[in-house]
Design a protein around this ligand. Structure first.
Ligand code: ADP
Ligand code: MG
Length: 225
């Protein structure tokens, strides 16, 4: 659909509801890029790393093997993002946690000469900022810092059904949307590329599924929505 993968050095969002497969897709991307010779850094902000390790145990991605060989670095910032209460974070103007996460990412990127970064999800970082203007600036600053690091960055975003577009979708270089639909009492999972600056892409919605082989997008099946 991308005609050769994610555009390099850009910030790309994967947005979707709970259980859509954002964590699966982004980890599978990091693992398969590492197989092709591009090391990657994955940052978890919402799910403890130990639980993620358990979840992906069944997939043949050989994450632990790749960590040992410095092809992958998994960073657990789960504790950072929940260290302060929302009230305290608002008082601190929430800069500190974002800065320390960025520093951690940069260090890991240098360490393993990473080409890809995943931040999963952005929602945790921006949640405490309720002022729309400040939130937009915060996200823009974060994306600018990430582009400066020079890697291709995938950021997952929790899509709420009450809003059509989130501010981060306008600021990112690319957006991939995962959605679920019920059709004749059948669940249909649909992936589509909403935007991808700088490349030509397939904008048709495609069905996908998470199977024992991981995140799989189907080429031919029609999407009945
Ligand atoms: N081994 C597996 N086989 C089949 N489906 C799985 C497997 N592991 C996870 N899933 C599916 O993936 C979903 C969770 O995906 P995840 O990437 O954590 O979603 P998100 O990050 O978008 O909340 C689960 O609800 C389950 O349906
Ligand atoms: Mg997730």
């Amino acid at each position: 659909m991308l005609g050769g993968g994610f555009p390099q050095g850009r910030v790309i969002l994967i947005s979707g509801g709970p259980g859509a497969g954002k964590t699966n897709l982004s980890l599978q991307f990091i693992a398969s890029a590492a197989d092709e010779g591009d090391p990657g850094v994955y940052v978890t902000l919402e799910e403890p790393l130990e639980l993620i390790r358990q979840n992906i145990d069944g997939f043949d991605w050989k994450i632990i093997e790749k960590e040992v060989k410095n092809k992958i670095r998994l960073l657990d910032f789960y504790s950072v993002s929940f260290l302060f209460t929302a009230y305290e974070l608002r008082d601190r103007r929430d800069r500190d946690s974002v800065t320390s996460i960025l520093e951690g990412i940069e260090k890991a990127v240098k360490n393993i000469e990473a080409k890809n970064i995943v931040i999963d999800p952005i929602t945790t970082l921006t949640l405490q900022e309720v002022r729309a203007g400040a939130k937009r600036r915060m996200i823009a600053d974060l994306f600018t810092s990430l582009r400066r690091i020079g890697c291709t960055t995938i950021i997952t975003s929790e899509m709420s059904s009450s809003r059509d577009f989130m501010v981060e979708e306008f600021l990112a270089d690319g957006v991939i949307r995962l959605s679920k639909h019920i059709e004749n009492f059948q669940m249909v999972s649909v992936l589509r590329i909403e935007k991808m600056r700088g490349i030509k892409y397939d904008d048709q919605p495609r069905r996908y599924a998470i199977t024992s082989r991981g995140f799989t997008v189907f080429q031919a099946e029609p999407v009945l929505i």
